[in-house]
Write a protein of this length. Structure first.
Length: 259
């Protein structure tokens, strides 16, 4: 990806900072050190690069490595930092359903179901794909048999959405969008599935980091769709605190319903 060259160039362009004295390492005059949730002072940063450059470089590296990631031995093309944040959201909101657009071979559906089962024992995952590539996983993995429903079809097809809506009923739903990555398709998904999410719940729009990057060729994609959706729908906000671990593939992609 282009990001690798950008990362190397950014690092090379930065001047080497002079070593900090012990006093300088503790704080800058008049500026208190940030504190964690327990009130302890966080260590001062040691990286000379701006945070957004560090995040982009790290995400670029992760993009090469996620192709090797597995869950229970099943290929699972997920950024582990975004997975951590997603499990926090699942644990905090305890949805009755997780609706996933984009099944691939079923690794991510199994991942979400494993987490959901611990915080909502009756919760289910509904996963959707236009290709039936998860048959082996569905037939052999116990969590798939217990907790996951697979729907074959387009996530934006009226008949597919009708099946999802019927299953969710009045339950609470979290939505994870990871199917077609064009702006048009993701925006259609957002408009269609947003009403299933209760106040306080989330839609996770994956892979906006890759908008316009080569060689993926996404062009305007998930991030552009999020921007368009938020411009027309004030019931959702981008929860940027969910990007705190940096290296996220989902910039502006953790959408929380506020009304």
């Amino acid at each position: 990806m282009l990001g690798a060259f950008a990362c190397a160039s950014a690092v090379a362009a930065q001047p080497t900072p002079a070593p900090a004295t012990p006093a300088e390492a503790q704080s800058t005059p008049g500026t208190p050190l940030p504190k964690d949730k327990h009130g302890k002072a966080a260590p001062p940063p040691t990286c000379a690069l701006p945070k957004d450059q560090v995040s982009d470089c790290f995400a670029d590296h992760l993009a090469r490595e996620v192709l090797h990631n597995t869950w229970f031995g099943i290929p699972t093309l997920q950024n582990p930092l975004d997975v951590w944040i997603t499990q926090e959201i699942i644990s905090q909101t305890k949805p009755d359903f997780i609706v996933e657009a984009g099944t691939f071979v079923g690794g991510s559906a199994a991942l979400w179901a494993t987490i959901l089962e611990q915080v909502n024992p009756k919760g289910r995952v509904i996963t959707i794909d236009i290709h039936d590539a998860s048959k082996k996983t569905r037939e052999t993995l116990p969590i798939f048999k217990r907790r996951i429903d697979f729907l074959l079809g387009s996530s934006t097809a009226p008949e597919t959405f009708a099946k999802v809506k019927r299953r969710v009923g009045k339950g609470s739903a979290m939505v994870i969008l990871d199917s077609g990555h064009t702006e048009h398709h993701v925006l259609d998904e957002l408009r269609l599935y947003a009403p299933l999410v209760h106040v306080g719940g989330y839609i996770v729009v994956q892979d906006g980091f890759f908008d316009g990057k080569q060689p993926t060729g996404f062009g305007p994609g998930p991030k552009a769709a999020v921007e368009a959706f938020l411009a027309e729908n004030d019931a959702f906000v981008a929860d940027r605190d969910r990007e705190r671990l940096m290296g996220s593939f989902n910039p502006m992609g953790f959408l929380r319903r506020v009304k």
